[in-house]
Write a protein that binds this ligand. Structure first.
Ligand SMILES: [Zn+2]
Length: 87
């Protein structure tokens, strides 16, 4: 499994847990965290924002191909199939 979001307390450096996530728009959330150190219990809010795409999702590519193929005529689909088989 991939890494998960880990947040350290801004006061004592202990790990924090996410209490609440408010997704305010696509790609932006406000994350409410609380320190796990019982002697600290600092609570903070982080703005969590998507910056950019590093690698396009395979799902997006498949969906894009499906959309393009659905627009082709049967003749174009057969021609495309021949082109793919020739590669
Ligand atoms: Zn703390």
């Amino acid at each position: 499994m991939a890494n998960v979001l880990k947040v350290k307390c801004g006061v004592c450096g202990s790990r924090c847990f996410i209490r609440r996530s408010d997704f305010l728009s696509d790609g932006f959330a406000r994350i409410y965290i609380t320190c796990t150190n019982p002697q600290c219990c600092q609570s903070e809010v982080y703005n969590f924002e998507r910056s950019h795409v590093v690698k396009t999702s395979k799902l997006s590519k498949d969906r894009l191909l499906e959309d393009v193929i659905s627009l082709l005529s049967e003749q174009d689909k057969q021609q495309l199939k021949k082109m793919i088989e020739a590669v």
